[in-house]
Design a protein around this ligand. Structure first.
Ligand SMILES: Nc1nc2c(ncn2[C@@H]2O[C@H](COP(=O)(O)OP(=O)(O)OP(=O)(O)O)[C@@H](O)[C@H]2O)c(=O)[nH]1
Ligand SMILES: [Mg+2]
Length: 196
């Protein structure tokens, strides 16, 4: 797949239950690189706001890809330690409403830091299994480790998340390593969905 065009459509602070196009959403811990992932895929550094301050994306941001081929959805990060109780509750409400109602959602991309998979990521996967929502795991920030360490680190992520290593796509928004694999995966997801 080639992403030729990406446009911001709208932000939602509550009550979003999916749009009228098929959508692929991106979740992960606060600061893991969700917005940077979207920007790298779309080859546009300014599309989704990336920030070194954790907890930056508090809204659901929806982007239209290739004039309506599908939508990409940037979700607020989980597991931000400094978040207040009411912030955590509003996250649960916003995301719960989305995952339980979004009929157009075809896949969740779960980003995890290649160096630091967390218990929260495991909880996220359990949640997706429970609701039978299909997902793909992408291990990001691979530029932070050496090439020779990659195999071992993927092994750690896969045993922590109890997934086969082939089910994890290593990625870097900085070097764009893994970009082709992610776009191939998108092709597969959208193609499979059409056949159903
Ligand atoms: N080295 C490296 N840094 C990255 C990568 N992806 C993101 N970052 C950096 O990590 C920080 C957080 O990136 P964001 O894309 O804003 O992360 P996010 O998951 O959208 O964060 P929230 O919206 O706060 O949940 C920024 O300083 C990015 O430049 C990557 O692949 N490699
Ligand atoms: Mg973000």
């Amino acid at each position: 797949m080639v992403i030729k065009k990406a446009e911001f459509i709208k932000s939602y602070s509550f009550g979003y239950s999916g749009g009228d196009k098929r959508e692929i959403c991106v979740v992960g811990r606060s600061n893991v690189g969700k917005s940077s992932f979207i920007n790298a895929l779309c080859n546009n550094k300014k599309l989704a706001k990336a920030s070194s301050t954790p907890g930056r994306t508090r809204l659901i941001n929806v982007f239209s890809i290739n004039d309506g081929e599908f939508n990409l959805v940037d979700l607020p990060g989980y597991g931000y330690a400094q978040a207040s109780k009411s912030d955590k509750e509003s996250w649960d409400e916003l995301m719960g409403h989305y995952f339980e109602n979004a009929n157009t959602l075809v896949q969740v991309i779960v980003l995890t830091d290649i160096r630091n998979t967390s218990q929260k990521d495991k909880e996220m996967l359990n949640y997706l299994y429970y609701y039978q929502i299909p997902f793909t795991v992408v291990a990001t920030k691979c530029d932070k480790i050496t090439k020779s360490a990659l195999y071992g680190e993927i092994g750690k992520v896969s045993s922590h998340l109890m997934l086969g290593r082939d089910n994890i796509i290593p990625f870097s928004a900085v070097t764009r390593f893994g970009l082709d694999k992610v776009l191939d995966r998108f092709d597969q997801i959208l193609h499979n969905d059409q056949e159903q």
